[in-house]
Design a binder for this molecule. Structure first.
Ligand code: GAR
Length: 196
């Protein structure tokens, strides 16, 4: 089995879907769930499932991203992952960290990349009058929300949508897309997947 570490910052619903999928016949197994926020609800949820967890709090490091990333890296390599999945991990990671995981680190982003990198993706899609939104799983590179696309799923934007209702519709698709992409990626497939 490939060893998978999952990095979260919040509730961890995507993390839970990845873990659930890996419980079955699957080329990978979860070996660590880590968060930059020690209070992230997802940490408890992962621990309840018997998965090793870690908190690497970014706040004591202040503006020193390199020192935070060194601490995160040290904790990650203790678990010797083959693949690192960012799942609602809300810290920007810099090139020295990301480059070391090149080709082995995935992220899920709540937009149809290359549209709407960064935050408030749903509000921006609605404000732009887009007919559809969605989510993307991609390989992580040093550029924010860039890197080879491994999969996308689309949803319609409805006339009465606000950022919250659209986010909920996209999240349902995130929960389908990320496990499907990880399963393929762990088996060595990097062809983009389009879910319908
Ligand atoms: C998800 O919608 C994910 O796509 C998004 O945060 C949410 C985390 O939810 N990620 C980003 O915005 C990354 N910049 P979860 O903790 O329930 O998986």
């Amino acid at each position: 089995h490939k060893r998978v570490a999952i990095l979260i910052s919040g509730g961890g619903s995507n993390m839970l879907r990845l873990v659930e999928d890996m419980a079955g016949d699957h080329p990978a197994r979860p070996v660590l769930v880590a968060s930059n926020d020690p209070t992230a609800a997802g940490l408890r949820r992962a621990a309840d499932l018997g998965i090793e967890t870690a908190a690497v709090d970014h706040r004591p490091f202040g503006k020193d991203r390199a020192a935070f990333e060194a601490a995160l890296q040290a904790r990650l390599i203790q678990s010797a992952p083959d693949i690192v999945c960012l799942a609602g991990f809300m810290r920007i990671l810099t090139a020295p960290f990301v480059d070391g995981w090149r080709g082995r680190m995935l992220n899920i982003h709540p937009s149809l990349l290359p549209k709407y990198r960064g935050l408030n993706t749903h509000g921006r899609a609605i404000a732009a009058g887009d007919a559809e939104a969605g989510c993307t799983v991609h390989e992580v590179t040093a550029e924010l929300d860039d890197g080879p696309i491994l999969g996308q799923a689309r949803v319609p934007i409805l006339p009465d949508d606000d950022a919250e209702t659209l986010a909920a519709r996209v999240l349902v698709q995130e929960h389908r897309l990320y496990p499907a992409v990880l399963r393929r990626f762990a088996a060595g497939c990097t062809d983009p997947l389009t879910l319908t």
